[in-house]
Design a protein. Structure first.
Ligand SMILES: Nc1c(NC[C@H](O)[C@H](O)[C@H](O)CO)[nH]c(=O)[nH]c1=O
Ligand SMILES: CC(=O)[C@@H](O)COP(=O)(O)O
Length: 190
């Protein structure tokens, strides 16, 4: 489903876990500032709407989307947060730079999700033109910042639940598999 068939701002509060005790970091790129401010406002408002106290939301700015990677890394290394949202807007220009920035940020944020225990939510618009960015930062398609905030709450909850779940606390086998006791299944023979 493409964004044009889905409003990014819509969510059902009944499906959102309790977020009042979670702490969130938000790293915001200053490139295309009018767009990224709109995305930030969407994310901030959604967190507040879900009972997250404002003092539990930490914001840092970085120069551009490529710096979101380092900003998010330092955020999760130094701040007590349950999830990080990175916010950027990359718009196609005349050269291939767009491709390298988008790919670099995508891979960098993916690596943080693989290598660290804190979920990092990808709220980076990668648009062909400014109108597409306007449409997705509070325009006709809603606000991707709102979508990212809801994702951050859900992923923080998953992390919290996983840390309390029995199988996830098992020691890893040398193969990297999780050791889970095999409980024999009794089959009643008729
Ligand atoms: N063209 C855009 C950029 N380019 C800047 C890079 O993100 C980076 O800051 C620079 O290469 C220095 O490392 N950034 C955006 O966020 N959006 C753009 O459209
Ligand atoms: C994503 C970019 O860096 C790009 O917008 C810069 O524009 P240009 O490709 O014309 O240098």
């Amino acid at each position: 489903m493409a964004t044009e068939n889905k409003n990014l701002s819509e969510y059902d509060k009944n499906t959102i876990p309790n977020a009042k005790d979670f702490r969130f970091g938000i790293v915001v790129s200053e490139w295309n500032e009018t767009i990224t401010e709109g995305l930030y406002n969407g994310a901030f408002d959604a967190l507040i709407d879900n009972e997250v106290p404002a003092q539990q939301i930490i914001r840092w700015n970085v120069p551009g989307s490529f710096e979101l990677i380092y900003g998010a890394k330092k955020m999760l290394q130094t701040q007590n947060v349950d999830a990080v949202i990175v916010i950027g807007c990359v718009i196609q220009g005349q050269t291939k730079h767009f491709d390298f920035v988008c790919e670099g940020v995508t891979q960098g944020i993916k690596d943080l999700n693989v290598q660290t225990d804190i979920p990092v939510i990808f709220c980076v618009l990668t648009d062909n033109n400014i109108q597409q960015s306007i449409d997705r930062s509070g325009g006709i398609h809603g606000n991707k910042g709102t979508e990212a905030a809801i994702a951050a709450i859900k992923m923080a909850y998953i992390r919290q639940q996983a840390s309390m779940s029995h199988p996830f606390n098992q020691p890893l086998l040398s193969s990297g598999a999780i050791q889970i006791e095999e409980t024999p299944i009794k089959i009643d023979k008729e």
